[in-house]
Design a protein around this ligand. Structure first.
Ligand code: G3P
Length: 223
């Protein structure tokens, strides 16, 4: 499973890229607004750091979405255009996909919505796990259902588990068979963490320092 960060914060993306574990970024209008930058400028900057950068459309009608999608796709070869799972979004996505634009169908909450995305040759489908959990549904079960349906149908659209809120969502996405998990930077940081890793390092370092004390060095050299 590939790991993406779900942020438009340039410093966070640069740090995550530096760690060598992420291979893509997802953004949405909320995250762009939080970054306090103009959409085009920020997406272009992010595309210089990493491939597979999802950038979201904000118009609603099919023809407007097609024009907007073409414009966003022209920003950089690494851009993937996000359209919402609505009749207009899917119809526009079909036209754009036919022109060779990579499409990420977003705001997906059911297997049926994922089948609609597959029907237009979407590159990614983004089931929103946390938002389903928020309303008392099982977000990971939807990811698992999409993965199973795609497998049975031989569909090549990649399942991008989104709206992940904590490290267990990442583990569960992997076990459900997601192709990609996109997560806030904080969750990526949390993936590294375990108290036994911290205490283990502390102990190894302490023992190592003991071997560097003059007495220990003397003993080893037989003095
Ligand atoms: O990638 C989609 C994601 O940004 C939504 O996350 O936490 O706002 O539901 P959240």
């Amino acid at each position: 499973m590939r790991l993406f960060v779900d942020t438009a914060d340039f410093d966070e993306i640069a740090a995550a890229v530096g760690w060598g574990v992420i291979s893509g970024v997802t953004t949405n209008p909320t995250l762009i607004a939080r970054a306090g930058q103009d959409h085009e400028t920020q997406v272009k900057r992010i595309c210089e750091l990493v491939a597979d950068v999802s950038a979201e459309t904000v118009t609603e009608k099919k023809n407007d979405l097609i024009v907007e999608g073409r414009r966003i796709a022209s920003w950089h070869e690494n851009v993937i255009v996000k359209v919402a799972c609505t009749p207009d979004g899917i119809a526009a996505g079909k036209v754009l996909a036919g022109e060779g634009v990579k499409i990420n169908v977003t705001l997906c909450f059911t297997v049926n919505q994922a089948l609609l995305a597959a029907a237009i040759g979407a590159y990614f489908i983004s089931p929103f796990v946390g938002r389903l959990d928020d309303i008392g549904e099982d977000g990971i079960a939807v990811v698992r259902g999409i993965v199973d349906a795609y497998r049975q149908q031989g569909i090549t659209t990649k399942v991008l588990a989104a709206s992940l809120r904590h490290p267990m969502h990442v583990t569960q996405s992997a076990l459900a068979g997601a192709d990609i998990a996109t997560m806030p930077f904080k969750v990526l940081e949390q993936m590294y963490k375990h108290p036994l890793t911290d205490s283990g390092i502390e102990r190894f370092m302490s023992d190592y320092r003991k071997t560097q004390e003059p007495q220990a060095l003397g003993q080893r050299s037989g003095r």
